[in-house]
Design a protein around this ligand. Structure first.
Ligand SMILES: Nc1ncnc2c1ncn2[C@@H]1O[C@H](COP(=O)(O)OP(=O)(O)OP(=O)(O)O)[C@@H](O)[C@H]1O
Ligand SMILES: [Mg+2]
Length: 332
């Protein structure tokens, strides 16, 4: 299993925004890989750089003011950062597809679902309109839209939130991508619909042998669907390991803080235990570890020395000086 070549390898990725008020280091040294068929979670609080990491992979960082200033994004061994805009258009949708948080921003309200699905399919596949429509109906059926032959004629506003998200997933799946990036795909949905959509992701992954990057701020979603998980803090990975290891033995003080801030059901109504303080200003990061100002375990050295990602156990990387002395640095 370990020798399988990753489908995607992100190396030392730096994506910055050059604004009037300074350089925003949205993604500032991110390394991770995605194996074929696995679900990788990217978790972290608002503004930690999750979406910009995804947009960097797809070549969709708004530029200006954004720019990928360093790194490599190897997809099936080829660096996407060296591809032309035209080549990237071919890769998006066909090889790597994305599902966004709010389906209304990606579905066009003035066209029927049929028109939008058929057009997407025909852009990438050599099919007639009739064949593309049949494929669209098949996809709607696959994602659990009842009576798809009739429903395909509807407009986006005629679907409920959960059903619209299913339409979006059908659209993303329309060209059999090898990698699906889902950015907070269930945040806007109520919990029962969220559970159904997560079930759908699990089913898709098993049936279509597709890798998924699941971006979320919700550790419950990670526990439900992810094989491995990267915890991000202020544009950098704080911890990267298997989901089970993260839940059984999460090591970074930020990960531990995230775990402790999950509400628990208990008879004596324990108080919530949120992480105190605010995320740092990404255009004016503190010297040393960016989590140090909020960290209960911060030492003198944390305020001046920025930790590297170190291996603390098999398949378990942590960026924290508490572990640095005992383990060997594997990357900078
Ligand atoms: N166009 C832009 N100009 C300047 N800064 C930007 C721009 N887009 C994003 N950023 C900054 O990049 C940082 C990372 O943003 P990103 O959208 O990746 O966060 P996120 O982890 O996805 O957060 P959320 O959970 O809220 O979606 C944020 O501080 C954001 O303000
Ligand atoms: Mg986001």
């Amino acid at each position: 299993m370990e020798s399988v070549r990753p489908l995607l390898e992100v190396r030392n990725l730096h994506t910055h925004f050059f604004t009037k008020t300074g350089v925003v280091r949205a993604v500032d040294g991110v390394n991770f890989d995605v194996k074929p068929g696995e679900t990788l979670g990217i978790v972290g609080e608002s503004g930690s750089g999750k979406s910009i990491t995804a947009l960097s992979i797809l070549g969709l960082v708004p530029s200006p003011p954004g720019k990928i200033v360093d790194g490599e994004i190897l997809y099936k061994g080829e660096d996407l950062l060296q591809k032309s805009q035209k080549q990237m258009r071919g890769i998006r949708g066909k090889e790597i597809a994305m599902v966004f948080q709010d389906p209304m921003t990606s579905l066009n309200p003035v066209f029927s679902v049929e028109k939008q699905l058929v057009e997407t399919i025909m852009t990438h596949e050599d099919l007639t309109k009739k064949q593309a429509k049949e494929r669209a109906i098949e996809l709607l059926n696959l994602v659990g839209i009842p009576d798809p032959r009739k429903r395909i004629r509807n407009y986006p506003h005629e679907f409920s939130g959960g059903m619209r998200q299913r339409v979006m997933i059908a659209m993303a799946l329309s060209c059999n991508p090898s990698l699906l990036i889902a950015d907070e795909p269930t945040t806007a949905l109520d919990v029962t619909i969220q559970a159904q959509i997560l079930e759908l992701f699990k089913k898709m992954q098993q049936e279509l042998d597709m890798a998924i990057i699941m971006i979320t701020h919700d550790l419950g979603v990670v526990a439900e669907v992810c094989d491995r998980v990267m915890v991000m803090y202020a544009g950098k990975p704080a911890e990267f390991t298997e989901t089970k290891k993260l839940f059984d033995n999460g090591k970074h003080p930020y990960t531990v803080g995230l775990m402790n801030s999950i509400p628990k059901i208990s008879p004596n109504k324990e108080k919530l235990n949120p992480i105190t303080g605010l995320p740092p200003n990404l255009s004016n990061l503190p010297a040393g570890c960016s989590f140090a100002p909020r960290c209960k375990h911060a030492m003198e050295s944390c305020l001046s020395q920025d930790p590297t990602l170190i291996q603390v156990d098999e398949n378990h990387l942590v960026r924290c000086l508490l572990y640095e002395e005992v383990k060997k640095a594997v990357t900078t």
